[in-house]
Write a protein of this length. Structure first.
Lengths: 492, 98
């Protein structure tokens, strides 16, 4: 049993403090994380690519900047990035063979912003192929293991991002969330995962899966750290036409005003999210968390989100339709895999895609193509877009009665590798609590609220109205600090 | 109606530029049929008079002045090209001589 650092030792806030006081240099910190990755990641499989030279060069720049008097909460702090965001100088594979040797010639906007803040990028993290999956078993390269139990999945699609933070292989990571792909792995790996409001964080340089649903967000050991990361990456970007033209707020600063947040806070409990099918241990832990909020002064309000049951169906039409369009570009013409000796262009497209894509990606492309095809467009795609309106209205109505919504993030704790691979529909249905949030565009966070008897993490999900990340983070921070869950670290 | 037959799989596969063996097509047909049964739940809902929402938040088209701005250098654009010639991406024939 190895002795792994705890969040109290290695949160961004803690590391930044140590760096400011010259207790360590960024180079030392980076070397120490690279060493941990080298000796431990073979057990976890979080990383697809590690970039020691680039990282150490960034660390040295950060140390030099600090000597010149610069400072900032991310200056010199080592992080890692889900492999669907472009980082110049490193491959971006999206967990797929079709992009196995793709080296992006530019940085995603979020990467440019993190670099400007002086963060050190250690490498790229494993994921379900093209972000399609809930277990990280659909990566074309290898599965990732859950640091709390190596025979279990870390969740997905941002499985590597969640596992890397839980295993303390870096201080924080970025992931992406289209139907729960940040929040669910955060819950299963016992870390904080935030999906911001759609449009708050630029998607420029994020490989698109479903353009109306995708959002980039941080995985961290604490809510404060998530606020620090959000401060760095949020804000309007002229390179993303879906980027919200709102004024940027100061999230980490706002946490200082979290005292007493529960007094009079109306916490909505949607009855459709507290159902049979959720494991009793998850149910108990989430209810205990809610009870502690009530004890701190919150008013619990029973609400209804009546179209919850239609969320998975809606998502698997909308997201797959958008994906079928977004993934049409992988045809072998300009980058990525190209099938050899194709006699004509159509053969090149067909063989390239057949050779390059995995089964889950093919399944979703087919579903999406079907839903958009002549004769089926109205019955499937248009219908799903109307149901999306109903789901959006559910949340609008709910937020007239409450300020924050609290639910379990996932109906179960981490399941065993291979357990759900035979039935794609079973895997899809496990996203039931996270999916509606993406359809409605609102922000959501998952944070630890307990453990099963077997030592597996349980996640509490909080949802807020669009662009109310401040309230969301303050509530999450106050709950987190009232408990000791965030201090635990796995013993792999 | 919601049944995905092998024929249907082949039609959609052609549109998607994917190719399957008979066994793969049958396996996909079965999986997709089951998913479609779930998706058809949406038919239970009355959505008369409901506007479709392609996005969750109100978005309007973003425009800018049509001025030249810095872009990627040609070498960067071609950096990942599987085949290139004379500064262009090279692909197999698109138009066949008949």
């Amino acid at each position: 049993m190895a002795n792994h650092p705890t969040p109290e030792q290695t949160s961004i806030a803690r590391l930044s403090d140590a760096l400011s006081k010259n207790k360590a240099s960024s180079r030392e910190l980076t070397e120490s994380y690279l060493s941990r990755i080298q000796s431990l990641d073979s057990r976890i499989g979080a990383f697809l690519h590690v970039a020691p030279e680039l990282a150490l060069a960034q660390a040295d720049s950060a140390d030099a900047a600090r000597r010149e008097g610069k400072n900032g909460p991310l200056l010199g702090v080592p992080i890692a990035i889900k492999d669907n965001m472009c980082v110049e100088g490193m491959p971006t594979t999206c967990g797929s063979r079709i992009l196995e040797n793709f080296n992006p010639p530019y940085d995603a906007t979020v990467i440019a912003r993190l670099k400007a803040a002086g963060a050190v990028i250690l490498g790229k993290l494993n994921m379900d192929e093209f972000a399609m999956g809930s277990s990280c078993e659909h990566s074309a390269f290898h599965p990732t293991s859950n640091p709390w139990d190596l025979e279990r999945i870390p969740g997905g699609s941002s499985g590597g991002s969640a596992a890397a933070v839980a295993a303390r292989l870096c201080a924080a990571t970025l992931g992406s969330d289209t139907g729960g792909s940040i929040r669910q792995p955060a819950a299963l790996c016992g870390v904080v995962g935030l999906k911001p409001t759609y449009g708050l964080v630029s998607r420029y340089g994020l490989v698109a899966f479903a353009s109306s649903l995708d959002q980039i967000g941080p995985f961290t050991a604490t809510v404060e750290d998530a606020a620090i990361m959000l401060d760095a990456i949020a804000g309007h970007d002229p390179l993303d036409s879906t980027s919200a033209p709102i004024e940027k707020l100061r999230y980490a600063e706002s946490l200082k005003h979290s005292d007493g947040i529960f007094k009079g806070l109306r916490v909505g409990l949607p009855k459709e999210y507290f159902i049979a099918g959720t494991s009793p241990e998850v149910d108990a832990a989430v209810k205990a968390a809610i009870a502690s909020m009530e004890a701190a002064g919150a008013e619990l309000v029973e609400i209804s989100l009546p179209h919850t049951d239609y969320g998975v169906a809606t998502y698997y039409v909308v997201a797959t339709a958008e994906a079928s369009s977004n993934l049409a570009r992988y045809d072998g013409a300009q980058y990525g895999h190209r099938a050899k000796d194709a006699k004509n262009i159509i053969e090149m497209y067909t063989r390239t895609r057949t050779e390059g894509f995995g089964a889950e990606v093919k399944r979703r492309i087919m579903l999406g193509t079907y839903a958009l095809s002549a004769g089926f467009y109205d019955a499937y795609y248009l219908k799903a877009l109307k149901v999306r309106t109903l789901i959006m209205r559910d949340f609008e109505n709910a937020f007239r009665q409450c300020d924050i919504i609290a639910t379990p993030t996932s109906p179960t704790a981490a399941f065993k590798r291979g357990e759900k691979m035979n039935d794609p529909l079973q895997m899809y249905l496990s996203d039931i609590f996270t999916i509606s949030c993406n359809l409605a565009g609102i922000p959501g966070i998952s944070l630890p609220c307990g453990f099963t008897e077997g030592g597996l993490p349980i996640g509490l999900q909080l949802l807020a109205p669009a662009f109310q990340e401040t309230k969301l983070l303050q509530t999450a921070h106050a709950y987190e600090q009232s408990q000791e869950w965030w201090k635990r670290t796995p013993n792999f | 109606m919601s049944e995905f037959t092998r024929e249907q799989v082949r039609k959609v596969a052609t549109l998607s530029r994917l190719a399957f063996t008979d066994e793969e097509a049958d396996a996909f047909a079965e999986q997709l049929s089951r998913i479609l049964v779930h998706v058809e739940k949406l038919g239970e809902l009355n959505t008369d008079g409901i506007e479709p929402s392609p996005h969750a938040l109100v978005l309007t088209n973003v425009l800018r002045e049509d001025e030249r701005r810095p872009s990627l250098a040609r070498e960067a654009v071609l950096m990942n090209a599987p085949e290139q010639e004379a500064g262009c991406f090279k692909v197999p024939p698109i138009i066949q001589e008949s």
